[in-house]
Design a protein around this ligand. Structure first.
Ligand SMILES: C[S@@+](CC[C@H](N)C(=O)[O-])C[C@H]1O[C@@H](n2cnc3c(N)ncnc32)[C@H](O)[C@@H]1O
Length: 376
């Protein structure tokens, strides 16, 4: 057992971020993030993300807050000048380990941040309105992660859009766009910084949010943008789409995105999935009992199996696909991005992928959503 004072001494150094994970109760969020606020009234804020809602609460006394939260979680990560990982049990700190120095990948990511495609100071008033930039053009502390996420997504996107030259037209759909930070960023970057003619449609279930996004697009003169309230599953674009983007469309909504894009033969697909629960319910425990025993392992295995299946399905439909980590794991556990580009695959390759898909379906005992949708 580690005395609480050891942890308190780390907190006294004012770390940038703390992440509680592996909750002990079902009604808790998946994790609890305590984020340092540079110019806020309170020195920290707590961020609790439930399925569709995020709650922010000011934290005035970090040590007291952490002491109170300890009994509800199994793990705590502290990110500061040095990073630590703590195992918790019944409100006690069981172990406290210093994590190795930044990995090369993280160091590269930090360097990359200095060359962001959308940078502080860019003339982007919509980002002020959306609460990402302050009036002075600085990134709002609580939106740093979102800002990094958007920039990294943009970077990966630009890797594959090099073929487009100023004046070229591009039709984009952002599915599950929500408040549309990503849609506005992509539209701004492609039109203002790259000189393309972009027609972008954002689609989401939330009517009031889509109305507000349409109002903002009009107010800020983004003539090529419009937002539609619809279920991705039923939405039919008016004209062929060249690029589908989707950032954390919940659960099987990513399958709706892929189904539509495959059917329409969309050239580029960029989908970052989110909270896949489907296979967790159906994976057969008898085949991998040791990986099925613990809820968290089962969930992660199911999420990876779902994404692997999505990749294989795309490949059988003549796409070349990869999966990349688009943000650091410390920023978000939902950090995988499926990138697909239309590319004729050989018959033998597709047959081999199909055989893999069939064996996964046999393992699950039930066809996952994407396969069922494509058969409809
Ligand atoms: C986690 S939010 C992500 C929002 C945004 N892409 C972002 O990253 O900030 C997921 C969004 O997907 C939308 N969504 C989920 N299922 C959907 C469906 N079947 N059709 C349309 N939108 C859906 C939700 O309404 C929500 O706004």
């Amino acid at each position: 057992m580690v005395p609480f004072e050891k942890l308190a001494a780390l907190l006294a150094k004012q770390p940038n971020k703390l992440v509680f994970s592996r909750p002990l109760h079902e009604d808790l969020p998946r994790n609890l993030v305590l984020q340092k606020i540079e110019k806020g009234k309170a020195p920290y804020q707590a961020v609790r993300q439930f399925e569709k809602k995020v709650f922010h609460t000011p934290v005035w006394d970090l040590v007291a807050y952490v002491r109170e939260a300890l009994p509800l979680w199994r793990e705590l990560h502290v990110f500061g000048e040095e990073d630590y990982s703590a195992l918790l049990s019944k409100g006690n700190v069981v172990s406290l380990k210093k994590l190795p120095k930044q990995s090369k990948a993280v160091a590269v990511a930090h360097n990359r941040e200095k060359n962001r495609l959308i940078a502080e100071g860019d003339d982007l008033p919509i980002f002020v309105k959306l609460g990402i930039f302050t009036k002075e053009g600085k990134v709002v502390a609580a939106k740093q992660e979102k800002f990094r996420q958007i920039n990294r997504y943009l970077e990966l996107l630009m890797d594959v859009l090099k073929e487009y030259k100023p004046g070229d037209s591009l039709r984009v759909a952002d599915y599950g766009c929500g408040k549309s930070y990503l849609s506005f960023a992509v539209y701004y970057y492609l039109t203002v910084k790259r000189g393309l003619k972009v027609d972008l449609v954002g689609v989401d279930l939330k009517e009031d949010v889509m109305e507000e996004c349409n109002r903002l697009a009009q107010e800020y003169g983004y003539e090529g943008m419009r937002f539609v309230c619809a279920n991705i599953r039923d939405y039919k674009p008016e004209a062929p789409i060249d690029l589908v983007i989707s950032l954390h469309a919940c659960d099987v909504a990513t399958d709706y995105v892929l189904d539509g894009a495959i059917r329409q033969g969309v050239k580029h697909i960029f989908a970052a999935p989110c909270c896949q629960h489907e296979l967790a319910k159906t994976l057969d425990g008898a085949l991998m009992p040791m990986m099925m025993r613990h809820g968290i392992v089962r969930e992660r295995l199911a999420a990876l199996a779902t994404d692997s299946l999505r990749v294989a399905v795309l490949e059988t439909h003549d796409y070349s696909v990869d999966i990349v980590e688009f943000v650091d794991l410390a920023d978000s556990p939902k950090n995988l991005l499926i990138r697909a580009v239309k590319h004729t695959q050989s018959v033998g390759f597709k047959q081999a992928r199909q055989a893999e898909i069939d064996s996964l379906v046999a393992l699950c005992g039930k066809k996952p959503t994407l396969l069922r949708l494509l058969e409809e």
